[in-house]
Design a protein around this ligand. Structure first.
Ligand code: UTP
Length: 278
């Protein structure tokens, strides 16, 4: 079966972005022209997906408002582009009742996903070019769960979910195990899960058998570990850029890099950075 549906968890606290996230969702934090979550919805759309579920929660209502059709009296090209996409996709919302971790958030997608493979895109992460499009292609060859990974410096493995794996072919690995935020000594590789996945619906049974892990939250990585023992799971080494908008340094870097590449703003920002001597 083809990948027709996408799930975007966007219910987390965003404590690393406080106080920006005190009264607004971190997924609504702006990156150049638009909020992060719009990049994520557009990535699903440009990957060929038309059915999208966003998992929201307390203090996240601005996300729903953002994806309403606009009725602005004046034309704006950014809004017109978004409206064209909104004409073609169906966006649904469900609320995670308590912020009990990413794994718990994904559980709320079971009825929407039904019995199909689906794309999972973290609502606070931007990938350029769209990583989902690339992992759908890998899924079409392997027909099982695919995780996108990137190489990270060894001293940073403790910040990510890390995989143990065996190379299969260029950029593709067979996943043998997964560990959430290992110490440098425990880490089986420096390949880090980056927030884009294709998952088979078997993940929901695995999530039901997943106990709260580190920090009392239900970790998606722990459920994927169970899944990797039940069926083949592959990792795809993404060579593009990924920005984690959940931490301030990456968020600022994303704004600078994407603004420099922007047709409207690039030149002015480049001149400004030169003046700063950066
Ligand atoms: P993070 O691991 O960044 O957690 O979530 P967080 O709670 O949002 O942020 P911090 O650690 O407090 O700063 C990764 C993704 O999982 C979603 C988040 O919205 C984000 O897209 N998530 C996380 C949920 O949907 N529900 C949760 O309970 C936790």
């Amino acid at each position: 079966m083809d990948v027709r549906k996408a799930v975007i968890p966007a219910a987390g606290y965003g404590t690393r972005m406080l106080p920006i996230t005190k009264a607004q969702p971190k997924e609504m934090v702006p990156v150049v022209h638009k909020p992060v979550i719009q990049y994520v919805v557009e990535e699903a759309y440009y990957s060929g997906i038309k059915e999208i579920l966003i998992i929201t929660g307390k203090h996240k209502r601005a996300i729903e408002d953002h994806f309403d059709r606009s009725n602005l009296p004046k034309k704006d090209k950014h809004i017109e582009k978004l409206d064209r996409i909104l004409n073609e996709v169906n966006i649904y919302f469900v609320r995670q009742r308590e912020q009990k971790g990413l794994g718990d958030a994904v559980k709320y997608a079971e009825a929407f996903v039904d019995d199909e493979p689906f794309a999972l895109l973290l609502g606070d992460t931007i990938t350029i070019p769209p990583c989902t499009k690339e992992i759908i292609k890998v899924y079409e060859r392997y027909r099982t769960s695919i995780i996108a990974v990137e190489e990270v410096p060894v001293e940073k493995v403790c910040l990510y979910g890390i995989i143990a794996c065996k190379p299969v072919e260029n950029s593709i690995y067979l996943v043998e195990d997964l560990v959430e935020k290992p110490s440098v000594d425990e880490a089986p590789s420096n390949l880090a899960i980056l927030g884009r996945y294709i998952l088979t619906p078997e993940i929901f049974d695995c999530l039901k058998n997943t106990k709260p892990g580190k920090s009392g939250e239900i970790q998606l990585t722990d459920a994927m570990r169970i899944l990797s023992k039940k069926e083949y799971m592959y990792a795809y080494l993404f060579k593009g850029k990924r920005f984690d908008i959940g931490n301030k340094a990456d968020w600022l870097k994303a704004n600078i890099e994407l603004a420099l590449n922007d047709k409207e703003l690039g030149e002015e920002i480049r001149t400004f950075l030169k003046l700063l001597g950066a």
